[in-house]
Design a protein around this ligand. Structure first.
Ligand code: UFG
Length: 328
């Protein structure tokens, strides 16, 4: 059985679905602070928090857990700057709790949801895994600190991990069973779709004087289901190799904020109002990743390489989500 911590959230719920499609049994542990119970459509569900060591003890006593996938981190960069303690308690201290309990119960396979935020301002593009690690905010620091703990655990104990550094997760399950639903929403694509659908008047463009062709930030958007497939491949890697690894997961193509807005107009057929706003502190102008290593070692090859297709699934989901919430 695979324990998915944070499996009621955006990325974790898509991984739960994909693991089921591959015949894996899953157990979701989520405190529902940001996740949604209705997203746990596969496997068993326990509501709880990884700060609760006695609950963790009970789970590892009761269930035959082969591997743990961990998604229950806070991810708001701005909030992490204002309240770093919140991030170090949950993303670092509580993760260590989980690792301590795993070790105690002899569970030695771990897949960690990491981020391109561990690199900070890129020195070279596309970013490879050996790029210097200089996070520029407490969120990125907390993820890097966990990676360091994992490296030390892996050297010292019978413990192996795969750390997956995502670029910008986007899109939704094409069957529309689950999708992106953050409260509050801070991510570009859902906010652009809010403006397209009239839920908001306009979308803000954070910075128009970056050193990029159109002056707006460039990001590497990767479909959430491609991320999910990479987790399944990482699980098999851990089952078949007694080795820890770190992989970037991105499409290797960069799109500017303006290009995303334009693509959303094309996909929705609607006009989108924008307004220029100040740059967001800590936003690097360009983040594009090389996933060559994941391709060579895991055999990961993203199926969703066309940004129009990625945004189409996000739009379909967005329409369904808000149709439901206006009816209820
Ligand atoms: N943006 C806008 N207007 C908005 C929202 C975002 O212009 O209303 C811009 C941002 O400034 C950025 C781009 O759109 O240039 C993408 O922003 P997102 O918030 O969608 O994504 P980020 O690149 O900031 O964040 C992602 C992950 C984080 C991770 C970060 C690493 O969601 O978890 O990459 O830098 F920390």
């Amino acid at each position: 059985m695979i324990l998915i911590v944070g499996g009621a959230g955006y990325i974790g719920s898509h991984i739960n679905k994909v693991l089921h499609e591959h015949g894996e049994e899953t157990l979701v542990l989520d405190n529902l602070s940001y996740g949604h119970e209705e997203f746990v459509k596969w496997g068993e569900f326990i509501e709880g928090d990884i700060s609760d060591t006695s609950l963790l003890e009970e789970i590892f006593e009761k269930y035959d857990v082969d591997a743990v996938m961990h998604f229950s981190a806070f991810t708001y960069v701005g909030e992490s700057v204002e309240n770093p303690e919140k991030y170090y308690i949950n993303n670092l201290k509580n993760t260590l709790n989980l690792l301590i309990t795993m070790k105690k119960h002899g569970v030695n396979k771990f897949i960690f949801s990491s981020t391109c935020a561990v690199y900070g301002e890129p020195k070279t593009l596309p970013i490879t895994e050996d790029h210097p690690l200089n996070p520029v905010n407490p969120y990125g620091n907390s993820k890097l600190m966990v990676e360091k703990i994992l490296e030390d655990y892996s050297k010292a104990y019978d413990f192996k991990y795969v750390s997956l550094r995502y670029f910008n997760a986007a899109g939704a399950d094409p069957d529309m069973e689950i999708g992106e639903w953050h409260q509050p929403e801070t991510h570009l694509i859902p906010l652009v779709l809010d403006a397209a659908s009239g839920r908001t008047e306009s979308v803000s463009i954070f910075g128009t004087n970056y050193p990029t062709p159109d002056g707006t930030c460039i990001r590497d958007y990767v479909h959430v289901l491609d991320l999910a497939q990479a987790h399944y491949k990482a699980l098999n890697y851990l089952k078949n190799n007694n080795k820890s690894e770190i992989f970037n997961l991105g499409n290797g193509n960069g799109f500017s904020v303006q290009e995303i807005i334009h693509t959303c107009e094309e996909v929705t057929g609607l006009e989108i109002n924008t307004q220029e706003a100040s740059p967001r502190p800590g936003d690097p102008p360009v983040l594009v990743g090389s996933s060559l290593k994941a391709n060579e070692i895991l055999g990961w090859d993203p199926e969703w390489s066309d940004i129009n297709d990625i945004i189409s699934t996000a739009w379909k989901w967005h329409q369904q989500l808000y149709k439901k919430s206006t009816q209820s």
